[in-house]
Design a protein. Structure first.
Length: 94
């Protein structure tokens, strides 16, 4: 797969804190095949129908975007280990 092979769609913004990993995006569109996640501080993310992020979830380093395969209808949740972070989750489709 080549970089930037996806079309960007809706970008969701989460305000992640240490207190709740249940703050979620709205459901991804049916055409969404992947998401790109970037954050202003280190965070942990989880994906699914009703995910809850924990400090044992997938780690995302600050300012280092990563792409994950997801299914339409899924959502994302995020939590920090310390401080707060803005988490940007952009839906991607082909």
């Amino acid at each position: 797969m080549l970089p930037n092979e996806y079309r960007p769609g809706t970008t969701h913004t989460l305000s992640a804190t240490t207190s709740s990993g249940a703050t979620r995006t709205s459901a991804f569109g049916a055409q969404t095949q992947a998401v790109m996640v970037t954050a202003t501080a280190n965070v942990f993310v989880a994906f699914g129908v009703t995910p809850t992020a924990a400090t044992s979830s997938t780690f995302i380093a600050a300012n280092y975007p990563l792409t994950f395969r997801v299914e339409g209808g899924n959502t994302a949740a995020a939590i920090t280990g310390a401080s707060t972070s803005s988490v940007y989750i952009t839906e991607l489709s082909r």
